[in-house]
Design a protein around this ligand. Structure first.
Ligand code: NA7
Length: 542
């Protein structure tokens, strides 16, 4: 990036992103008396919850868990209305947090970072924005989110389409009324599975274009009653500690037994309880080997395949909806509200893109296989360039002119998912190399923010000018992480977890499986004074 001439604003810390991560770290840094600024490309706070406003959007982690714990009063004052919060409610919560802690004056909205270069003489980051701002910051924090850069497929003739084009990841703020419309939805991941039943309610005709059938379980969402909320609030600290000690940082209601060691009746009973009462991700907690052992995984997958056959009346659709090419949980398990039953509606159709690929889009509709259908609206629910996409979009250049995009050409390498060798004083919140999306993100973010803030405090107190990850421990960390992942079911499919949903992106699974072990490990690293990091002392001035 060529920096424009003009005034440079000096900061202690520049943070990119005003979602869960950016808001909390801004609060922490200000408490530490540092001069910090958040730069956010959206017009408001919320991160992923600002953009993903598609109908039916909800979090798949329970609302009492998917919220900050750092402030006792905030935790006590805020009351969630449903077991799984909707996007509008989560966004209201984050707006409330921004106001409650008066964060907005230190957030620069509608501003996108397009370049960040480490200056080896000053040991500071020079950061430039599309809007022409220039910053010089001692620390640079990427709170850019794991699911922020959309993945949009391209088709011949796409731009000639005369109808409306929608993206679940950038949904219009005023909503969309599909009443009487002929609608195409491309994709069958979480966003599609949540929005399809709602769109089908309105549309005159809905055609779902499916590349890979997905596993989905009823969310079993419901309003929260005052008693259960009060009970959780009374013991909130204990509730949080218990959940943080779980492998994924939230309560999966894990049954500590193998799926293969119980009787067929007992197994069926447990799965049925998960399907009808606990719902969503809790299905994976039915037995403790579902995500570890392919036989156990197959038993869980068979239940869902059977459910699909029972629910979907048309045998052709029921067959097409069967997920058969990947283990359950390998792609993130979807939580739905009537997804499979939607295909019983006479105006809802399903197209299998593996046998009838989209060959082009013209002004009136979509050509697929030997067929053509007219549409008024096309909805792309095609996911994200996850985990690395937003980071790499910032054109980050570290020591010795090393470009992050080159360093990660074959997949991301980072130490603890917090720092990257060659990029001093750059911190990533829930970056590749950490458990990130394999957790309750709200808790993973808080842990990382606390770790990073404490690290900044430590190096400042020790008169350290720069802290950097070191190549060998970083390599060992990535090897360790891969060994753990390969002993699970997570590496057995094409998913956004491994980048294989995006054409040309290197396939690499860079998530640490095991949140409880991970957080203990990073806490030990901090407690032991950051061994395995390279600390450059400040040069004394006369
Ligand atoms: P996902 O889960 O990545 O789903 C995207 C869907 O779009 C998935 O079914 C993809 O099929 C499909 N897709 C992607 N590219 C194409 C093309 N080119 N043609 C047809 N279909 C395509 O993203 P979501 O937004 O639904 O959910 C992301 C996460 O957000 C979710 O897990 C929650 O944690 C919240 P594929 O499976 O790749 O064959």
């Amino acid at each position: 990036m060529t920096m424009k001439e003009g005034p440079v604003r000096e900061l202690d810390v520049l943070v990119v992103g005003a979602g869960f991560a950016g808001l909390y770290i801004l609060h922490r840094l200000r408490q530490m008396g540092l001069k910090a600024l958040v730069v956010e490309q959206a017009a408001g706070v919320g991160g992923t919850w600002y953009w993903n406003r598609y109908p039916g959007a909800r979090c798949d982690v329970e609302s009492l868990e998917y919220s900050y714990k750092f402030d006792h009063d905030l935790q006590q004052e805020w009351t969630w209305s449903e077991r799984y919060a909707t996007q509008p409610e989560i966004l209201r919560y984050l707006e409330h947090v921004a106001d409650r802690f008066a964060l907005r004056p230190d957030i620069r909205f509608n501003t996108r970072v397009i370049g960040a270069t480490f200056n080896e003489e000053t040991l500071r980051w020079n950061i430039g924005t599309e809007q022409g701002d220039q910053f010089s910051a001692r620390f640079f924090v990427a709170a850019t989110g794991c699911l922020s850069l959309p993945n949009h497929p391209t088709y011949p003739g796409q731009s000639s389409f005369k109808g409306k084009v929608r993206y679940t990841s950038h949904w219009p703020h005023k909503g969309v009324d599909f009443t009487g419309k002929r609608v195409a939805v491309i994709g069958t991941g979480s966003s599609a599975i949540q929005s399809i039943p709602v769109i089908a309610d309105q549309a005159a005709q809905l055609t779902v274009f499916q590349r890979t059938p997905n596993f989905s379980v009823p969310a079993c969402n419901r309003p929260l009653n005052a008693d259960e909320v009060a009970k959780t609030k009374v013991g909130y600290d204990h509730f949080r500690e218990h959940n943080l000690a779980q492998s994924f940082g939230f309560n999966l209601t894990l049954r500590n037994e193998s799926a293969q060691e119980v009787s067929a009746e007992e197994r069926a009973k447990e799965f049925e309880r998960r399907w009808t009462q606990l719902g969503g991700l809790h299905f994976l907690g039915a037995f403790d080997d579902i995500l570890l052992d392919s036989e156990a995984n197959g038993l869980a997958a068979d239940i869902i395949r059977k459910k699909i056959r029972e629910i979907v009346k048309d045998p052709r659709k029921a067959e097409l909806l069967q997920p058969t090419d990947h283990p359950i949980g390998c792609k993130r398990l979807c939580s739905d509200d009537g997804y499979y039953a939607t295909f019983n509606l006479p105006h809802v159709d399903l197209v299998d893109l593996r046998s009838e690929a989209i060959s082009g889009i013209d002004e009136n509709g979509i050509h697929f296989g030997e067929r053509f259908s007219e549409f008024d609206e096309i909805v792309y629910a095609t996911g994200f360039d996850a985990l690395t996409g937003a980071l790499l979009k910032m054109n980050v250049v570290g020591r010795d002119g090393r470009r992050l995009n080159d360093e990660w050409m074959h997949g991301p390498h980072a130490y603890l998912g917090l720092m990257i060798e060659g990029f001093p004083n750059l911190f990533t919140i829930t970056g590749p190399g950490s458990p990130a999306v394999l957790t309750n993100m709200a808790m993973a973010i808080e842990d990382h923010v606390d770790w990073i803030s404490d690290c900044i405090q430590h190096v400042t107190e020790q008169s350290v000018a720069a802290i950097e990850a070191v190549a060998e421990p970083q390599q060992e960390w990535m090897t360790h992480l891969t060994e753990i992942a390969e002993a699970t079911q997570f590496t057995g499919c094409n998913s956004w977890y491994s980048g294989s949903n995006v054409p040309e992106k290197p396939k690499a699974f860079a998530l640490y499986v095991g949140f409880a072990n991970y957080r203990k490990h990073i806490a030990d690293v901090a407690r032991n004074g950051y061994p395995d990091f390279c600390l450059t002392p400040e040069v004394a001035t006369a």
